[in-house]
Design a protein around this ligand. Structure first.
Ligand SMILES: NC(=O)c1ccc[n+]([C@@H]2O[C@H](COP(=O)([O-])OP(=O)(O)OC[C@H]3O[C@@H](n4cnc5c(N)ncnc54)[C@H](O)[C@@H]3O)[C@@H](O)[C@H]2O)c1
Length: 293
């Protein structure tokens, strides 16, 4: 398929200068108000600990109708569900048949899923020397699990005229993450997927948010390699509850990008504005952390 000169102009012009796109946005916004978590049926994957658990606590405190705690860690999921009077579901988010059953089971028990938080994630310390199984595991959990969930939720949401998908990516998906290539690469994929879904289905009432924290004190950061930990500490760690606060505010404001560390927006602008300069800065940071002192 070729793209004509006119199409190229339309696709690449900033939307503030594009009357057609501005008219479309004006048409979409009034009909689909921001996500209201009070009374909503909410599914959260990777909710046995860390950020997922904190979101479950926050949504419950805000009066969510039903919260479903999904995780491969059965004991962890049970504990969070017991604490919140929620339902625990033990499954692997990369198992498509299990995800379909989860959606069907949840909707028959509680009605339509209003908000799906695809939050389960994995990382791996290292670069291209890591084996294919490790790369594939990161790809499957950090990207494909979201593709699978969207494949089965989007048609239901289109039929009903709305639904909200929140994907937990990472600042690594907007910038990079020293010391962990599969994580940085697949989180970029997660951001790209979230953007694509947000653009493609906006007019059918589907909302997408992309959560991109930097360092958060969770079991995942405890398991990080030395280099990643050094970076995260240098940038400042926040608590999972602070991420949940940012999520609640972001959903209420109908934000696509939810940045619990606001400075990430500035770093992203620096990266886009002058890639060479940004790379030089990152190379210096890497060298300062890995060179013998
Ligand atoms: N902690 C951070 O600094 C940080 C920063 C940015 C983004 N994130 C992202 O936040 C999300 C949550 O991470 P966290 O920091 O709370 O870590 P965490 O380890 O506390 O939680 C991750 C949860 O995901 C579950 N999980 C992993 N693979 C799964 C699978 N295949 N199916 C079902 N559950 C699975 C784990 O059992 C665990 O309970 C991840 O996507 C992570 O990449 C974390």
């Amino acid at each position: 398929m070729t793209v004509s000169g006119r199409d190229r102009l339309t696709l690449h012009q900033p939307y503030s200068h594009n009357a057609t796109v501005a008219r479309c946005i004006a048409r979409i916004r009034p009909y689909h108000p921001a996500m209201e978590t009070k009374g909503a049926t909410i599914v959260i994957t990777g909710a046995a600990s860390g950020i997922g658990r904190a979101m479950a606590q926050r949504f419950s405190a805000d009066g969510a109708g039903r919260v479903v705690i999904v995780d491969v860690d059965g004991d962890g999921a049970d504990a969070v569900a017991a604490e919140l009077g929620a339902r625990a579901e033990v499954l692997d988010v990369t198992d498509e048949a299990a995800v379909v059953e989860l959606i069907e089971r949840t909707e028959s028990a509680f009605g339509a899923i209003d908000l799906w938080c695809g939050n389960a994630g994995v990382g791996a310390n290292g670069g291209v020397e890591l084996d294919n199984d490790t790369w594939n595991a990161n790809w499957n959990v950090n990207v494909m699990a979201h593709v699978i969930a969207a494949r089965h939720l989007v048609p239901r949401w289109i039929e009903r005229g709305g639904g909200h998908l929140l994907l937990t990516a990472s600042a690594a998906g907007l910038l990079t993450n020293l010391g962990t290539a599969p994580y940085a690469v697949t989180k970029h994929g997660c951001v790209a997927l979230a953007e694509w879904l947000a653009i493609t289905y906006a007019e059918q009432g589907i909302r997408v948010s992309c959560l991109c924290p930097q360092g958060v004190r969770t079991p995942m950061t405890e398991a990080d390699g030395e280099l990643a930990i050094e970076v995260v500490k240098a940038m400042g760690m926040i608590e999972p509850s602070q991420v949940a606060d940012a999520v609640a505010a972001g959903l209420a404001n109908d934000d696509f990008l939810i940045l619990p560390h606001p400075e990430v927006a500035f770093y992203e602008q620096r990266r886009a504005g002058d890639r060479q300069r940004w790379l030089t800065g990152m190379q210096k940071l890497q060298a300062s952390l890995t060179s013998p002192r």
